[in-house]
Ligand binder design. Structure first.
Ligand SMILES: [Zn+2]
Ligand SMILES: [Zn+2]
Length: 274
């Protein structure tokens, strides 16, 4: 592991602790699911919830934001400047946390770019912030909705819970099936191997994958029709005892993002994808 990867891994683990704590503190009654709407969505084979329409508890979110900044500060001098800017922007009401989360969710890159300019931070800093603040609450919703439909039979290229496109995928050890993963709510669902999850392209001539080392468990599947990519872990090639943590895999494989993006592919909505 390189020094950069180590720092990233430590930061990831620190943020995971912040998330778990935040989830424990989120009040059950604040998770509101409209049963009638849910039934309707299920009957129409739609994803289960629109996170853009949910209300996130404000005080809880502010607390999470503060914890996030504290965690970030521990990792490197350059983060001190960033956290100060974010703190000030929030105090001066230039940064609305809930709006940011929802703009990241719908990949509103214009919004993110112009806000980043205004706050004098990087686009990716805001993308990361919005994602990290949204994840704990989205995951609580996903847990509550688990079992409402069979995720293995969903068959669509977007998340059965929230409708987002996958940030990552893995080839399941037990049956070799391709499982897609949603970075927002953590949901996993199976999807055809030779089909693009973004544009549903099934033409074998425009779908391929590449890897940096044949023995490596990591591959990148690309679609030449829509120019998108999805990083994939082959679970059969990782050590038996290793638990697959896709949140970490997604961050830790950023060099693959850079490679794919250099070749003109994008996976809008994922980190480094701007
Ligand atoms: Zn999702
Ligand atoms: Zn495609």
């Amino acid at each position: 592991m390189t020094r950069e990867e180590k720092i990233l891994k430590n930061l990831y683990q620190e943020l995971e602790k912040v998330h778990s704590e935040a989830q424990r503190n989120y009040k059950e009654e604040k998770i509101k699911i409209d049963q009638e709407e849910l039934e309707k969505r299920i009957s129409q084979s739609e994803h289960l919830v629109d996170f853009e329409n949910i209300e996130i508890d404000k005080r809880w979110l502010e607390e999470l934001f503060k914890e996030y900044l504290l965690a970030l500060k521990k990792f490197g001098k350059e983060n001190e400047m960033l956290t100060k800017k974010l703190e000030d922007s929030f105090e001066r009401k230039k940064l609305d946390l809930e709006v940011l989360i929802k703009k990241v969710l719908c990949s509103d890159l214009n919004y993110l770019r112009s806000l980043a300019q205004k706050l004098e931070v990087e686009d990716n800093d805001l993308l990361f912030l919005g994602l990290e603040l949204g994840k704990p609450v989205f995951k609580l919703y996903a847990e509550k909705l688990k079992g409402k439909i069979e995720f293995d039979n969903w068959g669509k290229g977007y998340c059965p819970v929230c409708g987002s496109h996958p940030a990552m995928a893995y080839l399941r050890k037990d049956d070799g099936k391709r499982i897609l993963w949603c970075q927002f709510c953590g949901t996993e669902w199976s999807f055809m191997r030779i089909k693009c999850p973004f544009c549903s392209n099934e033409d074998q001539n425009s779908l391929r994958h590449f890897f940096t080392d044949e023995k490596s468990p990591y591959r990148v599947y690309v679609c030449d029709k829509c120019k998108r990519y999805v990083k994939t872990v082959d679970q059969r090639k990782i050590e038996e005892e290793k638990v697959l943590d896709l949140g970490w895999e997604n961050l830790g494989t950023f060099t693959l993002d850079l490679l794919a993006q250099k070749d003109g592919y994008s996976n809008i909505g994922t980190l480094f994808g701007v």
